[in-house]
Design a protein. Structure first.
Length: 665
């Protein structure tokens, strides 16, 4: 509250214009404070304290996308330490006990308490990355002096020590009346130097050769499925919808490659942005037998790749560094390793495969090319012809046919499929056996383990995820159960869901270690995807609907479907008019033209009009012979045919008035 100072151990207060932490009370009127930045302690009277405004601590704000797992774990450990201080009753004695347990100074515990006690958020204890990392605080003259000393003194064949180099730097700076940079600063500048150049200039040829960039090999890739690299990219091709042929955008492709043989052991194509689903389905495709998949796609190639990789190698993208992927790989005894930062050779194989695929895609109609300069004025959307299913089949022919059976320079100019088979059969001339694959025996469990999951409680109605309720008898015994480790908390269970179809979720029974399919609680609900669910929620949000439940979602989905059907029909009519412009224009002219006025007795007769005398006359333009012939075969009643014949005879006996034969528009 404004104007109020909270004073207790660990509280933040302002004293003499600076932020301090309250260590403890010295008396009823005096407290011991510690400066938050310098750690200097002072004794202050309560009357001299001021509140710390919340905006002064905004620097501690942490955005979820900036959080690293290691830093978050450390912040959670700090929060647990603060909770333990509270459990011990607080005070200086409790702080000392916890400080000894965590091997830190008591002042550190007080800082944790100060950061955590206000809103009790773990994020407040997260150590943010400095904003000025990589930026120098030295002047241009100091930086120039460091470069000069490194070039003329340190990088020589005499190989002086860093301390000796710093002494020389100090001497030269004093001659020019410059402040000497610290030894740590000099070490930091040496570390950023190209180490191979440093070794060469200091005469260490052997070390320089070791630091030379090699041909891209990775240790451990000694047999098939020993190491599989996985990566994704946005395909440089516009696709169209199957029926309407309207351009719908570019798909993503996730690819897995066996580093030993260069075989593409699995891939996944969709319009979903990279995430756990695409990564999991790509790995699942790499592990499973491919016969059923090829039969569904309508291709027939020799594709022997199947089995669990020993190591899955991925880059440091956020969709690969999540805990879910790591846990799933661990469950299936697959090691998950991440590409070393700033080490391009460790991703060369997958990058080369991606480049090969994209170069072939760039010749297809609808390509976006690799950049705007290459694309120029090419209309990618207008030229697009491939649907997603057609592109999948084309890509299968490219990978399984052209790529797998083409010579590859990185493996001795032999096709990847030959390299793969030779290693398995022992025909590659190597002494050590390589014919080992870990075949998966439970495809359903493999598929479920790599789906994205949530931790949910079991309620009387069953499970609820994104406002949708699911229920089945298998959940009955878990209703209202408590967490064995935290009896005060409800127990949470792992629930998996395929985002492509949310009509059911998969519940993992912790005792049986088995997944059970849990359908909708309301079985009349339709099948749809999580992306469609998000569109429905966005539809409701745009209409100002705040109270959202399952019934509201289903009703909104039906309304959206009706709107979509209406718009599809309007689009179809508009396209029909564009395809037949002459007919459309003629129809507009007919609709806008004045109509002849029919008499009461001539309604419904297309070739009869009223003469000036008011007598029903036949239209001279009509061919009455054809009319009579047609009337003989048409299902028109005889009485009506008789009336038509009488009218035609009467019209023939009346002489034509002037201008009667002029067309009436």
């Amino acid at each position: 509250m404004t104007g109020v100072v909270e004073v207790h151990s660990g509280a933040l207060v302002r004293f003499d214009g600076e932020v301090h932490i309250v260590i403890k009370f010295r008396s009823a009127e005096m407290v011991i404070l510690e400066h938050r930045g310098t750690g200097r302690r002072v004794i202050a009277a309560l009357t001299g304290l001021q509140p710390v405004e919340p905006k002064e601590d905004d620097a501690r704000a942490v955005f979820p996308e900036q959080v690293l797992p290691r830093g978050w774990d450390a912040a959670s450990s700090k929060a647990a330490a603060v909770e333990r201080v509270t459990a011990l009753g607080g005070g200086e004695a409790g702080v000392k006990v916890v400080a000894e347990e965590h091997d830190v100074h008591p002042s550190t515990i007080y800082r944790w308490i100060a950061a955590y006690s206000t809103e009790r958020r773990v994020a407040d204890l997260y150590r943010k990355r400095r904003n000025d990392i990589g930026k120098t605080r030295l002047s241009l003259r100091q930086e120039a002096m460091i470069r000069q000393v490194l070039k003329t003194f340190h990088l020589t064949q005499e190989r002086p020590l860093v301390v000796q180099t710093h002494t020389e730097l100090d001497r030269r700076c004093k001659l020019r009346r410059l402040r000497t940079p610290s030894l740590d600063t000099l070490k930091a500048r040496i570390r950023v130097c190209e180490q191979r150049d440093v070794a060469e200039k200091r005469g260490d040829t052997r070390l320089a050769n070791k630091l030379r960039l090699n041909d891209g090999s990775i240790p451990g890739a000694d047999f098939p499925y020993a190491l599989v690299q996985i990566d994704h990219t946005l395909v440089d091709l516009e696709l169209v919808e199957d029926e309407s042929r309207i351009p719908i955008g570019r798909p993503w492709i996730t690819v897995a490659i066996d580093v030993f043989s260069r075989m593409c052991v699995g891939y996944y194509v969709s319009f979903d942005t990279p995430g756990m689903l695409g990564t999991g389905l790509c790995l699942t495709h790499a592990i499973r037998n491919k016969d059923a998949w090829m039969a569904r796609l309508g291709v027939n190639f020799d594709y022997p790749c199947q089995g669990k990789p020993r190591i899955v190698h991925a880059d440091n993208a956020k969709e690969f560094t999540g805990k879910s992927l790591e846990i799933a790989c661990d469950m299936h005894h697959m090691g998950l390793q991440f590409r070393k930062l700033k080490k391009p050779r460790y991703g060369a194989h997958i990058e080369r495969l991606m480049g090969t695929l994209m170069s072939e895609i760039h010749r297809l109609p609808g390509t976006t090319q690799s950049n705007v300069l290459e694309k120029q004025d090419y209309d990618s959307a207008g030229r697009a012809v491939f649907s997603l299913s057609a592109f999948e089949k084309w890509l299968a022919n490219l990978i399984l046919g052209s790529y797998h059976h083409g010579e590859h320079s990185g493996i001795g100019n032999i096709p990847p499929i030959v390299k793969f088979k030779q290693a398995l059969t022992g025909e590659d001339g190597e002494d050590r056996p390589r014919g080992s694959l870990r075949i998966n025996t439970d495809d359903e469990r493999l598929y479920l383990d790599f789906l994205p999951g949530e931790m949910l409680t079991v309620q009387q109605y069953g499970l609820q995820l994104d406002y949708i309720q699911y229920s089945a008898d298998v959940l009955r015994r878990w209703v209202g159960t408590r967490d064995p480790k935290k009896p005060r908390s409800a127990r949470k269970f792992l629930v998996k869901r395929d985002p492509r179809d949310i009509s059911a979720v998969f519940f993992l029974d912790p005792e049986l270690n088995r997944y059970f399919r849990i359908p909708y609680r309301n079985l009349s609900n339709p099948h749809f995807s999580v992306w469609e669910l998000r569109r429905v929620r966005k539809f409701l949000q745009d209409r100002g609907v705040e109270q959202v439940d399952e019934e509201t979602i289903m009703r909104a989905r039906n309304e959206m479907a009706a709107i979509e059907a209406t718009e599809v029909e309007r689009t179809r009519q508009a396209k029909r008019h564009r395809q037949y412009p002459k007919g459309a224009k003629a129809k507009v002219r007919r609709d806008a033209s004045p109509r002849p006025e029919f008499g009461q007795g001539a309604v419904g007769l297309p070739h009869v009009f009223q003469s000036e005398a008011g007598v029903a006359c036949a239209d001279p333009r009509a061919d009455h012979t054809d009319l009579d012939d047609a009337s003989q075969s048409s299902p028109v009643p005889a009485s009506r045919r008789a009336r038509r014949s009488d009218v035609a005879n009467a019209a023939a006996s009346v002489p034509a008035a002037p201008f009667d034969e002029i067309e009436d528009y």
